[in-house]
Design a protein around this ligand. Structure first.
Ligand code: BGC
Length: 424
């Protein structure tokens, strides 16, 4: 049976500046990747040269039949030194937005996707009380310059990511799985200590005072992040009243087996429900999902030995997306935008099946009246997967990094066909 999606559904793919653009030299990640003894598998370098090749990439996206592109504007480029805004960077992103619009592609713009300016980290980073004001000032600047070209803005990508990261590290330290996701050898203590000393030196701070976005967060730090969102939202509302504003959250499909119910409900609270007050005045929520997490009487269960897994060590479980959307919709009456969903695999047939099964779940939600407004696949291009470097292939398009040649995979055309016909 053909499943039809609503007219006007946003179909697209996502990227993030640091992962694709290349030469993000004023960012905290750049500094950490390039240190002696870095725990990063490799530096991002020129990445996939998207800063230069964005027109070609957006052109490919449009040629598949997709109608939207989610990308991020890089704070470290716009404001490389505190209070000094770089006009050339603004001009660049104006070009990107105009390229989208000229190809009938709706731009969905993220203002912070993990990487931050080095100066922000030196000034206390994501634990500092001053960060919400600093972030709002940057967002206001971007929106004054570009807001009229931006219909949807996502202030902060995966504002709750520190919770997931802390859990993965804990699981790995306890001897479980999780190393693939964090990409660091957390059991090699002396290497970690030496590396964090180097990081501290590079930022001119004691190592425990380096608070980049990707790290562990205190209660206060979490509040700093969510207040950064609400301050940014207030500022953007005034400057760009037609832009729809939200943030995105990393959401596992949290399940339990008998005896694990309490752990599961605790996890939903920790990863999602506690943030609801911050979302009340938003226009939509960005939902990002990759897999499920199952809880038993002793906490999160490892991925079963016989389960199919992705390059990230995640269980292959596309049904997670529909389940997450359903849970979220019970607690938040707002449009839901799938801003990321996908898998790292070198077998593109598995990606195609993943897309179909995930979309079947989304379609069932829509049929039940849940307002899902779009699906952005992660990712448009194979790219720099943070600590794991270029080893993980999430893209609809492969990239030969020696030549920067783009090679669309069958999954790109597959998703494009679904998009063009609004049906599966
Ligand atoms: C992030 C992306 C990342 C992806 C795959 C999400 O958590 O937003 O930047 O590449 O997951 O790990």
């Amino acid at each position: 049976m053909t499943l039809r999606f609503p007219d006007g559904f946003y179909w697209g793919a996502s990227t993030a500046a640091h992962q694709v653009e290349g030469n993000n030299v004023h960012s905290d990640f750049w500094l950490m990747e390039n240190l002696e003894g870095s725990i990063y598998r490799e530096p991002s370098g020129i990445a996939v040269d998207h800063y230069r090749l964005f027109k070609e990439d957006i052109g490919l996206l449009a040629s598949f039949g997709l109608n939207s592109y989610r990308f991020s504007i890089e704070w470290a480029r716009i404001e490389p030194e505190e209070g000094k805004f770089d006009q050339a960077a603004i001009d660049h992103y104006r070009e990107v937005l105009l390229a989208c619009l000229s190809m009938n592609v709706t731009p969905i713009v993220t203002l912070h996707h993990f990487s931050s300016p080095q100066w922000l980290i030196r000034a206390g980073g994501w634990e500092s009380e001053d960060t919400p004001e600093r972030f709002a000032r940057y967002c206001a600047y971007v929106m004054r310059e570009l807001g009229e070209l931006i219909p949807y803005v996502c202030t902060i990508n995966e504002a709750n990511i520190s919770i997931g990261i802390a859990k993965i590290i804990k699981r790995h330290q306890a001897g479980g799985d999780g190393q693939a996701q964090v990409g660091i050898n957390t059991t090699d203590k002396s290497r970690m200590v030496a590396y964090f000393m180097e990081v501290g030196k590079a930022f001119g701070l004691p190592p425990q005072e380096v608070h980049s976005f990707h790290g562990a967060r205190t209660e206060k730090g979490l509040e700093v992040i969510f207040r950064s969102h609400t301050r940014a939202r207030e500022a953007i509302r005034v400057i760009s009243p037609n832009t729809r504003i939200g943030l995105s959250l990393s959401l596992y499909d949290i399940q339990s087996i008998p005896g694990g119910e309490e752990h599961a409900s605790h996890a939903w609270n920790e990863e999602f429900l506690q943030f609801l007050p911050y979302l009340e005045a938003d226009d939509y929520l960005g939902v990002q999902n990759y897999t499920r997490m199952v809880y038993g009487p002793d906490g999160a269960l490892p991925v079963p030995k016989d389960a199919e897994t992705t390059q990230m060590g995640n269980e292959y479980y596309p049904e997670a997306l529909g389940a997450v959307v359903r849970f979220v919709s019970k607690h938040l009456a707002k449009p839901l935008f799938i801003t990321e969903n996908g898998i790292a695999t070198d077998d593109d047939t598995r990606r195609i099946e993943f897309i179909d099964r995930a979309l079947r779940g989304v379609h069932a939600c829509i049929a039940d009246g849940i307002p899902v407004i779009g699906y952005m696949h992660w990712s448009l291009l194979d790219n720099f997967e943070w600590q794991l470097g270029f080893s993980k292939t999430f893209g609809l398009i492969a990239v030969d990094r020696a030549t920067q040649e783009r090679k669309p995979k069958p999954s790109a055309y597959h998703l494009g066909r679904i998009a063009s016909s609004d049906s599966l």
